[in-house]
Design a protein around this ligand. Structure first.
Ligand code: RNT
Ligand code: ZN
Length: 422
């Protein structure tokens, strides 16, 4: 399908429509061009990584589905991601996990990982002109089988994971240095109890001490930032998670760390968007793990839902885009993995566009003047303004598919490349 021949005309009409509400479409698009999403490596291979130890995923992470075509090697993963980049507008980042190092067939344990194991990733990122982000991997490992890592009562186990945490920050900093754009290394641990614990205090005190050890070394903010990621509960940690929201919010505030907010890590009735303006005065920045929680699962492919638009509106209305890193966090093995990425990235960008096209000044005026009727009416009106045409124009201008024709390209890639992966 060719992009509509009338796109130019439709765009001019849409622009006029927005202008009538005081919205400058070109200004909105020039901001959208700069919006960068950190793409999660783990969607491409079902969180397997390249250590080849055969360890179970664990940590309460479960990847369901058996769609063919998962990336089995770093080269396959890189090739897949390049395909994704060609189907979404903008320049984005790539988020790696420590388990995605290239160890040349050697067994390099988590407490021995080094920047050199990620050299190919850095060269690849440099070639593409993108930044890299990083994550410690505190799961899929014999030392994590008990379900406890940085909170483990045995100092030897804790020490092993503290060393992993430290080394990953060195790797993250090496990314930032090599690529000239600060890497965010995000720390998430699965530690928690399936059933009611008696000692809630011990693991949290040990976690605080372990984190202080992990974060002892300081890095320049031009190369490296740390973030910590809370979770309400996980599979197998239904009753207690040591790294809860209260814990990490307090930690991030007192230790000046970024707070990672994963949209799937809260009670379904909690509004993540509302948290942003509450935490931003107190933390140096936020990393968003945009995901789609469904019932008890936190990791479905992101779609253009109210929850995502609400977050985008908070980022735009409050000028937080500069202090918030946008990242994706989901893994779906039941559909084409390239499509899963493309759908999620495009949805996040659409949500940001929707927010950028809002007549915020007018809405604020109505609110300030107490015209609550007008505020509600205009908010509702905005939902059906011709933003889809603006999106198509944006994609067209960035030389990426403006409509669902991206899917044809994914299907072609599936036939030519993915189907050759048994
Ligand atoms: C798990 C966290 C974490 C992971 C990734 C793979 O609940 O959300 O961010 O999904 O590190
Ligand atoms: Zn997450």
């Amino acid at each position: 399908m060719k992009p509509s021949r009338n796109l130019g005309k439709a765009f001019a009409l849409a622009k006029a429509r927005y202008a009538a509400l005081g919205v400058d479409v070109d200004a909105a698009l020039s901001i959208l061009e700069t919006v960068c999403v950190s793409i999660q490596c783990w969607q491409g291979d079902d969180v397997r990584g390249f250590e080849n130890t055969g360890a179970a995923l664990g940590g309460g992470l479960a990847v369901l589905g058996s769609y063919p075509g998962r990336a089995r090697t770093p080269d396959e993963l890189r090739r897949d991601v390049e395909k994704v980049f060609s189907l979404v507008p903008g320049v984005h980042r790539f988020a790696l996990h420590a388990s995605y190092g290239e160890f040349g067939g050697l067994r390099v344990d988590r407490d021995a990982v080094l920047p050199e194991h990620f050299q190919n990733w850095v060269s690849w990122a440099r070639g593409l002109g993108i930044g890299l982000d990083f994550n410690q991997t505190f799961f899929a490992h014999p030392m994590a089988e008990s379900g406890f890592t940085l909170t483990h009562p045995d100092p030897a186990v804790r020490g092993f994971w503290i060393e992993h945490g430290r080394r990953c920050r060195e790797i993250g900093a090496s990314f930032g240095k090599a690529l000239g754009t600060a890497c965010v290394t995000n720390l998430w641990i699965p530690d928690g109890w399936k059933d009611t614990p008696v000692d809630r205090r011990g693991p949290r005190e040990r976690l605080a001490d372990s984190l202080d050890e992990v974060f002892k070394k300081r890095f320049s903010q031009t190369v490296h930032w740390d973030s910590v990621e809370p979770k309400l509960f996980g599979l197998g940690s239904e009753s207690y998670v040591a790294g809860s929201y209260d814990f990490y919010l307090s930690y991030a505030v007192t230790r000046r760390k970024m707070l990672c907010l994963d949209t799937g890590h809260f009670h379904p009735t909690e509004n993540l968007a509302d948290k942003l303006s509450a935490v931003m005065p107190w933390v140096p920045g936020v990393l968003l793990h945009v995901s789609r929680g469904i019932r008890w699962d936190s990791d479905h492919v992101v779609t253009l839902q109210d929850a995502v638009v609400d977050i985008a509106q908070e980022l735009v209305r409050n000028s937080y885009l500069g202090r918030v890193r946008l990242g994706l966090d989901y893994f779906d093995a039941s559909i084409n993995r390239i499509a899963a990425w493309v759908i999620g990235i495009r949805s996040v960008l659409k949500a940001i566009l929707l927010a950028l096209l809002e007549p915020t000044a007018e809405l604020k005026r109505l609110e300030t003047e107490g015209d609550l009727t007008g505020r509600l009416a205009l908010l509702e009106e905005c939902k059906h303004l011709p933003w889809g045409i603006v999106w198509e124009h944006h994609c067209d201008r960035q030389a990426v598919p403006s409509d669902i024709s991206w899917l044809q390209e994914v299907r072609r890639y599936e036939k030519e490349v993915l189907s050759g992966r048994p």
